[in-house]
Design a binder for this molecule. Sequence first.
Ligand code: AMP
Length: 192
Amino acid sequence: MNIILLGPPGAGKGTQAQMLVTERNMVQLSTGDMLRAARTSGTEMGKIVADVMDRGELVTDEIVIGLIREKLEAGSEGGFIFDGFPRTLAQADALGELLAEVGQSLDKVIELRVDDEVLVDRIVNRAREAVAAGGTARADDNAESLKVRLMEYYKKTSPLIGYYHAKGDLHAVDGLGTIDAVKAEIAALLDA
Ligand code: AMP
């Protein structure tokens, strides 16, 4: 089972993906995590994307498609969860092609629906919690970057909702519920 978790920043994609990894032996492919890892390890690519990420803009399709290609080749027994990818129509097309190349296909696209005000609160909380736990908040978890990230989502990523709806792959869940309620809705879709 290969699925996409689709939704704006703060919708809960990462949280739900992590639970699916633990409970269903799936592999989470988060391009955001991969890009942050590239920055931490100081690779050439990491340096190129740093400013773009901090501003809240999208990095190029070429870079993220390259990251996903490498991971798909490694395979996954329980299936892949695409988290934060695809974010543009070009990435969505590329994903379809990459999956076909490795003899796989996409099973479901799960849209996490949430209101903007909730997103802002969640992101602000995530930053506070990171600091309270003795770490540092993500450089893009601030009001200014969040505004850009939301705009990027509406301009470039939300068209994917129509795209996957037309393909018959789209399933929406209410992302405003508790973590457990959202998890149960996703489980029902996966077990259907
Ligand atoms: P995320 O952790 O998914 O919120 O991603 C953090 C940042 O990484 C985004 O704001 C973008 O700058 C970049 N990024 C992550 N995934 C993608 C993607 N699929 N396409 C373009 N940029 C991405």
